[in-house]
Design a protein around this ligand. Structure first.
Ligand SMILES: Cc1cc2nc3c(=O)[nH]c(=O)nc-3n(C[C@H](O)[C@H](O)[C@H](O)COP(=O)(O)OP(=O)(O)OC[C@H]3O[C@@H](n4cnc5c(N)ncnc54)[C@H](O)[C@@H]3O)c2cc1C
Length: 381
């Protein structure tokens, strides 16, 4: 590992050390957003890791951003509340106009503005994104948005939100992927938007949104009208690799904790870790996490070269989410009853890491991608 990368990891660990596991436990119990932690990560510049230097960011590559998120999760913290800014701003960076980038990116980099919400999922459409029913109708110098979204995270903690909406009705487009557009919604000035929090399994600030004629200025359209689906897909490889890095961090957290526990916990007059029945699942989970980590590195390095990386990004996400879940289960088993006790943090992280088999993309959809696009099997839906 390069010296610079090790320095970066050390810096992240230092920030995380200021927020010990008690902090996360308390937030989890109160279902409160980690304002202080996200603020500290932002202040240190890490949330602007992927923003180019000319716009005030750190101008780092995807592997560096992966190292940041992995370290956060390995420490027992949860990068989930903070990670979105890293990849959400990518849509603006890649497809926004120069004016939009100059206006927003430096403020996002400095922390003056938060762009942490990305509204795609809808109650009816679910995984079938091209079936979304939220519409944006052109009205003079505005678009008028109507529709519903579900499980949209960090809306109350954002100033800006990226929104996917249909600008041309499904019946009028040749291909389903056409006629969708991406907007930058200013949440500080969004009359007609109702935000209703949803309580979920882990401490994740997620919401149901109702748009009743929300007016979005024309100038907040990102890129070209009708091309939004392509823009969203474009950002998905980076998002998958970053989330996979978090899963690797989770996996390492579980293995670190469970290994330490197996060495110190004595039952029948000897450490439980002396039993191969305890050792082998840990060794197997370790192997899975290490293998997933290699795929994350491969995907990130292809992405950085601008090479096609759809297969690797999907595989990294699949393998890392499965490896972290395997490690989570092994950690609970190793801790026994204490694995269910909030004071030991394993149960909290167990709930947190479970999300990544479902969001931002579920395992089945990744398998379907691999089957169709890598193995050339017939399209199933
Ligand atoms: C805590 C949390 C935070 C979230 N944050 C956001 C956010 O910020 N922004 C956002 O836009 N979304 C967000 N989501 C939504 C998330 O991306 C979706 O829940 C996820 O994509 C799955 O969609 P769905 O829930 O509608 O499941 P469904 O589409 O109803 O699918 C249910 C199950 O069926 C499977 N399935 C469906 N179709 C097929 C098929 N053809 N073949 C095989 N299996 C299939 C799926 O894989 C899944 O396992 C969040 C969700 C959660 C729980």
């Amino acid at each position: 590992m390069s010296v610079a990368r090790e320095e970066l990891r050390r810096g992240v660990r230092e920030v995380c050390a200021r927020f010990p596991n008690e902090y996360w436990r308390k937030l989890d119990a109160e279902r409160r957003y980690p304002e202080e932690f996200v603020g500290a990560l932002g202040e240190a510049g890490y949330l602007a890791a992927l923003i180019p230097k000319e716009y005030g960011g750190m101008g780092l590559d995807l592997s560096a951003a992966c190292a940041i998120l992995e370290e956060v999760n390995r420490s027992g913290a949860n990068a989930g509340p903070a990670h979105a800014q890293m990849y959400t701003m990518g849509t603006l960076l890649r497809h926004g106009s120069e004016r939009q980038k100059r206006e927003y990116l430096p403020k996002i980099a400095s922390g003056e503005l938060r762009l942490q919400a990305f509204a795609v999922t809808e109650p009816e459409a679910g995984t079938d994104t091209t079936s979304i029913r939220t519409t944006a109708r052109r009205d003079d110098d505005h678009y008028v948005v109507r529709g519903r979204k579900i499980y949209i995270s960090r809306v109350a903690q954002s100033d800006l939100m990226i929104l996917l909406a249909r600008t041309t009705p499904l019946e009028e487009v040749e291909k389903r992927t056409e006629g969708l557009s991406v907007f930058l919604v200013d949440l500080r000035d969004a009359d007609g938007l109702t935000v209703k929090p949803r309580r979920v399994m882990m401490n994740n600030a997620t919401n149901e949104l109702l748009f009743e004629d929300v007016r979005v200025p024309l100038e907040n359209l990102i890129g070209e009208e009708g091309e939004g689906f392509r823009y969203v897909l474009d950002g998905m490889n980076a998002e998958r690799v970053l989330i996979a890095a978090e899963c690797v961090g989770d996996g390492r957290f579980f293995i670190d904790r469970a290994t330490a526990r197996a060495k110190e916990r004595e039952v029948f007059g000897r450490p439980i870790g002396k039993n191969q029945g305890v050792q082998f699942p840990l060794a197997r989970a370790y192997a899975s996490v290490e293998a997933a980590s290699l795929m994350v590195e491969k995907a990130a390095s292809l992405f950085e070269k601008g090479a096609p990386c759809g297969a690797e990004a999907n595989l990294a996400k699949l393998l890392a989410a499965e490896a972290s879940w395997e490690a989570a289960n092994v950690a609970v088993q190793t801790f026994g009853g204490y694995g269910f006790d909030a004071e030991y943090d394993v149960e909290r992280k167990f709930r947190e890491t479970r999300l990544y088999q479902v969001a931002p993309i579920s395992t089945n959809l990744i398998l379907s991608y691999v089957a169709e696009h890598v193995l050339g099997l017939p399209r199933s839906f």
